[in-house]
Write a protein that binds this ligand. Structure first.
Ligand SMILES: Nc1ncnc2c1ncn2[C@@H]1O[C@H](COP(=O)(O)OP(=O)(O)O)[C@@H](O)[C@H]1O
Ligand SMILES: O=C(OP(=O)(O)O)[C@H](O)COP(=O)(O)O
Length: 407
C-alpha cells in the first residue's frame, strides 16, 4: 500500500494546484485525445464538484521538438471530458497567471501554460533545489494544497513534480493512486497461481531490463515483437537482425546480447518463444513461416504466427496474474494484429489480475473493440511503468510519501 495522503484528506474549500500529465501525441500542431484526458478528468471533476478552486499544471513535449506546444488545445479536450469549462491562461507564474488564479471562483478550473516553458521546470535537480525556484516560490503562496496526479511523469525530478510538495501540504490524485497500486502490484502483491508476463514491442532494451529485474516474481514470459526475435537469435535462429532499411535489432542486440544470453541460459524453462512468425507475403497478404524452417531472414517479421498465438493462450488462462509490456506484432496494421489481440482477448476472458502498460500497446484495446473493464488496469504510463516494474523509485512519489510522513 502507498503511504501518501490522497484527496480524501483535502480540507474543504481549498485553493488547490494540481499536476496532471496531459503529454499527448501532436498531429498538425494539435493535441490528440487519448486516455490521459479521460483519466485525469475524473480527478479534476471530483475536485471541482467538491467546490475547490482548481488550478492545473501540465507539460507537453520537450523544448526543441515538434511536440513542444502550448496547452491551449489541451484545455478544450479536457473540458469535454470533465463536463465543465476549463479556462486557459498562456502563462505559468507571471502576472497574467497570478491574476487568473486569484480571480478563480469555487468549483472553477483553470489550466496554466506548458510548465516546460518555464526555465525553472526542466533541469533535473533535488526536490530541495526545485522548491527554491522562482516558479515554486511564486505560485505556492497562492494555494492551500498541492495534488500530484501525474504518475506517468513521476520519474522526472522537475519543479512541478518534486518542488511543490516541499512548499505545500500535498496529496495524491485518483490517477496517481490507481496507477501506483496497479503498477507496483507485481512487486507487492502475493498471487495464488502463476504470474505471466507478455513481453514485446520495439523497446527491447527496456523490456529485457524488466525481465532481468523480475527474476523471482514472474513464472513465465511469453515473448514477441523485437525482444522476442532477439531471444530467438540468442537461441541460434537466423533472425533478430536488421535487413534493408531496418534499424530495430542490431544496436539493441549489441547492447543486450550478454544479458539475453544469460537470461535464456538461467531461465530458459520459463521463457516461451515464438515457433512461427508472420510477414508480408508477395501478394501483400499475411504469410507465416515456422521458425525452424527459416534459413535466412530476408524481410521483417511483423507478428508472431498463429501456432504461437494458440500456444500462448493456455498459459494465460491458467494464470492468476498477467502483466503486458509491449505488443507482439505491428497491430496497427490489421494483418499483423493477431498476436497482440489474441493475447489481450485471452486475458480479457479470464478473471486473473491483469495490467496492460505502455502507451502504444494499450491503444490496441480500443482499436480492436476490446472491453477496457475486462482488464484490472490499463496504465497510461510508459517510462514510469517500466520503473515501477523494475523496482526503481519514482522521485515524485517519494516526495509525496515524505510529505505525508511530515503532515
Ligand atoms: N516485430 C515488430 N516489428 C516492428 N514493430 C513492432 C513489432 N512488434 C511490435 N511492434 C511495435 O511495437 C509497438 C509497441 O511497443 P513499444 O512502443 O515498445 O511499447 P509501448 O506500448 O510501451 O509504447 C507497437 O506500436 C508495434 O507496432
Ligand atoms: O509521456 C510521458 O512519458 P512516457 O512517454 O514514458 O509515457 C511523460 O509525460 C514524461 O514525458 P518525458 O519523457 O518527455 O519526460
Amino acid at each position: 500500500m502507498s503511504t501518501f495522503d490522497t484527496i480524501d484528506s483535502l480540507p474543504a474549500d481549498s485553493r488547490v494546484l494540481v499536476r496532471l500529465d496531459l503529454n499527448s501525441p501532436i498531429e498538425d500542431g494539435e493535441p490528440q485525445d487519448n486516455r490521459r484526458f479521460e483519466r485525469h478528468a475524473e480527478t479534476v471533476r471530483e475536485l471541482a464538484d467538491a467546490g475547490h478552486r482548481v488550478v492545473l499544471l501540465a507539460h507537453q513535449g520537450r523544448p526543441g521538438r515538434d511536440d513542444f506546444t502550448s496547452l491551449a488545445g489541451h484545455a478544450d479536450i479536457l473540458a469535454d471530458h470533465v463536463g465543465r469549462e476549463v479556462a486557459f491562461v498562456a502563462d505559468t507564474y507571471g502576472d497574467e497567471a497570478l491574476a487568473a488564479i486569484d480571480a478563480l471562483g469555487a468549483g472553477e478550473v483553470l489550466l496554466l501554460e506548458n510548465a516546460r516553458m518555464c526555465d525553472d521546470e526542466l533541469p533535473e535537480e533535488s526536490p530541495e533545489a526545485k522548491a527554491e525556484t522562482e516558479f515554486v516560490t511564486t505560485l505556492a503562496p497562492r494555494f492551500d494544497a498541492y495534488v500530484n496526479d501525474a504518475y506517468s511523469a513521476a520519474h522526472r525530478k522537475h519543479a512541478s513534480l518534486v518542488g511543490f510538495p516541499l512548499a505545500l501540504p500535498s496529496y495524491a490524485g485518483r490517477v496517481m493512486e490507481t496507477e501506483y497500486e496497479a503498477n507496483t502490484a507485481i512487486a507487492t502483491r502475493e498471487f495464488d497461481g502463476p504470474v505471466t508476463m507478455v513481453v514485446g514491442g520495439t523497446k527491447a532494451t527496456d523490456v529485457i531490463g524488466v525481465m532481468d529485474a523480475l527474476d523471482d516474481r514472474v513464472d513465465r514470459f511469453l515473448l514477441g515483437g523485437v525482444a522476442g526475435e532477439l531471444f530467438l537469435r540468442a537461441a541460434g535462429h537466423p533472425v533478430g537482425h536488421d535487413v534493408g532499411e531496418m534499424d530495430l535489432f542490431d544496436e539493441q542486440w549489441d547492447e543486450n546480447r550478454e544479458l539475453i544470453e544469460s537470461v535464456l541460459d538461467e531461465r530458459g524453462d520459463e521463457i516461451r518463444l515464438a515457433t512461427d512468425l508472420a510477414y508480408e507475403g508477395p501478394d501483400g497478404d499475411r504469410a507465416e513461416v515456422a521458425v525452424d524452417d527459416i534459413d535466412e531472414k530476408t524481410e521483417g517479421y511483423l507478428d508472431v504466427g498463429s501456432e504461437t498465438v494458440a500456444a500462448y493462450e493456455p498459459p494465460i488462462r491458467e494464470s492468476d496474474a498477467v502483466f503486458v509490456k509491449g505488443a507482439l506484432g505491428v497491430f496497427e496494421d490489421e494483418r499483423f494484429a493477431d498476436g497482440t489481440v489474441g493475447v489481450l482477448e485471452a486475458i480479457a476472458e479470464t478473471d486473473c489480475f491483469s495490467v496492460v502498460g505502455g502507451g502504444d500497446t494499450s491503444r490496441a484495446i480500443e482499436m480492436y473493440g476490446l472491453d477496457e473493464s475486462a482488464f484490472s488496469h490499463v496504465s497510461i504510463a510508459g517510462g514510469a511503468y517500466i520503473r515501477a516494474l523494475t523496482g526503481e523509485p519514482l522521485p515524485a512519489v517519494e516526495v509525496l510519501e515524505a510529505a505525508a510522513a511530515e503532515q
